[in-house]
Design a protein around this ligand. Sequence first.
Ligand code: 5RP
Length: 219
Amino acid sequence: MTQDEQKRAVAQAALQYVPVGEIIGIGTGSTTNLFIDELAKIKHKIEGAVASSEATANRLKQHGIEVLSLNSVADIPVYIDGADEITRNMHMIKGGGGALTREKIIAAVARKFICIADQSKLVKVLGKFPLPVEVIPMARSYVAREIALLGGQPAWRQDFTTDNGNVILDIHNLDIMNPVELETRLNQITGVVTNGLFARRGADVLLMGTDQGVETITI
Ligand code: 5RP
């Protein structure tokens, strides 16, 4: 299967996790977009969706799926989203699309996180994909200096503003041996809104596209 075929296969496989009569959390990215297109076929089975980005909200609305504000929702049984990298421990790097903060908020609320990804995303050690960090604009240079002290090489994502009005620093050349510790450390830098390590709250299930079909991985 090509990478696109793998993405479509996991998007279809994720339908089995859609909570009937309830609200679903939806991530951001090309794999998630394919899932939204599949979800549209069974949209009458859900009450609505909470979106992790304006792009996702727009796509859901185009399909006639009701988009709810997170503040109006008490429970999200399932959150479905992609990843830029994921390990077999279910730790992830996310935020390639810049939606990491809203993704992390919905993931925190959700009872179950289903990650959908093609096999290129599975890694032994996180960090080859530059780690995104969302930063308050006035703190950009300060945060970059602090990140450099930790051994990373931050690069300002040019011409990009997050849905929250902030900037992204992508940290290059990291070998992330302890994702939980680094996630916590980065969040302690003043001016950081969120970082793209999803280790403290990782995925519960990985639906991974392979040449043979969809593999289901859990811890
Ligand atoms: C967006 C994300 C995406 O989940 C991640 O970038 C994967 O995207 P894609 O499915 O296009 O590979 O974290 O902020």
